[in-house]
Design a protein around this ligand. Structure first.
Ligand SMILES: [Ca+2]
Length: 337
């Protein structure tokens, strides 16, 4: 603005100078009369005044133009900001919608097992949904079955897969000498030694189920026992065991425990004067007392032949041999791989 004003002033001065010069020239050429001289000067002065006012007008006009231009720039700037704000708003709305879609997808996934007939409640149903790698799986809660969300270990390989592990012994660091509540809820580590929990086993075996028991001794030999019928009753009925249809090469050492209630160190439900759970240091379907004791004490190599409260399976190694490894697993009778 200052520059423009300055140039206008310079222009004005130049015009004045030109006008003065032009006014002086004829005076040198001619010798005008006094009246003529004064008239010319007056006319020149009028012209100069006109020019000055013209310049002022121009200057005002330019100033107005500048103001207008500035206003336009400000307006454009404002519009630009508004547009930017709109873009930001749109972006945030888009991401919000995206979020909602993701949440809805999650909810669909979570609610699907509750409404669909293809519910995920064990490893067999996971296998049916194409999860065919053995390992740890998190099962969603199932309101229909009354199961809370919980973790299971699936054997997706043995004899067609689809097995949900209910017990494992292989590490030997945690005790299986536990009370009723702990056997009810389950304990241990799903990748190591654990008992899935009698409530879980009850729910799993409400559908006709097969039990598979895999055993390994300290010489690395393996045997198995399978029961085509396996059912554990609810807590009110002391998790009573029902089984039938043995097959395998380990011997039928669970048959003796058929139709017995579950016993723990603080609940003697066995068929014996003795307190089997305390004697054999585990929780099990004790009769009087055992033909197998898969939840017994874990004895390491060297100690594995010295006791009768170890992890025993009489049908294979008798009453004194504590096994190195055990896995108990169930799957529905109608499972097809
Ligand atoms: Ca007893």
């Amino acid at each position: 603005m200052a520059k423009i004003n300055l140039s206008i002033v310079v222009l004005g001065v130049a015009l004045l100078f030109l006008a003065e010069t032009w006014a002086q020239k004829p005076m040198k050429r001619q010798t005008p009369s006094k009246g003529q001289c004064c008239d010319e000067v007056r006319s020149l002065k009028v012209q100069v005044a006109n020019l000055t006012s013209l310049l002022e007008d121009l200057s005002h006009k330019q100033e107005a133009d500048m103001k207008k231009l500035k206003r336009q720039i400000l307006e454009l700037d404002q519009q630009n900001r508004q547009q930017e704000a709109r873009v930001t708003e749109a972006e945030s709305k888009y991401s919000e919608i995206n979020n909602r879609v993701e949440i809805m997808q999650l909810q669909t996934l979570e609610s699907a097992p509750q409404t669909s007939s293809h519910a995920i409640y064990d490893c067999a149903s996971l296998y049916g949904k194409n999860y065919k790698i053995s390992g740890e799986y998190r099962l969603p809660k199932d309101e229909f079955l009354g199961t809370p969300e919980h973790t299971v270990f699936c054997d997706m390989e043995t004899n067609g897969g689809g097995w949900t592990l209910i017990q494992r012994r292989k590490v030997g660091l945690i005790s299986f000498e536990r009370d009723w509540k702990q056997y009810k809820q389950g304990f241990g580590s799903i990748r190591g030694d654990f008992w899935l929990g009698n409530d879980h086993i009850f729910r799993l075996t409400r559908q006709p189920s097969t039990l598979r028991i895999e055993l390994e001794d300290w010489e690395g030999r393996k045997r198995y026992a399978e029961y085509g019928v396996f059912k554990v009753d609810n807590e009110l009925n002391s998790y009573k065991l029902f089984l039938a249809n043995y097959s395998g090469n380990a011997g039928d050492s669970l048959r003796y425990h058929n139709n017995t209630n579950f016993s723990t160190m603080n609940k003697d439900n066995d068929k014996c004067v003795d307190d089997c759970a305390s004697q054999r240091k585990g929780g099990y379907w004790y009769n009087c007392c055992t033909d197998s004791n898969l939840n017994g004490v874990y004895y390491r190599y060297g100690d594995h032949l010295k006791n009768t409260d170890g992890i025993t399976w009489y049908g294979w190694h008798g009453r004194n041999y504590s096994l190195k490894k055990v896995e108990m697993k169930v799957r529905p009778v109608d499972f097809h791989s």
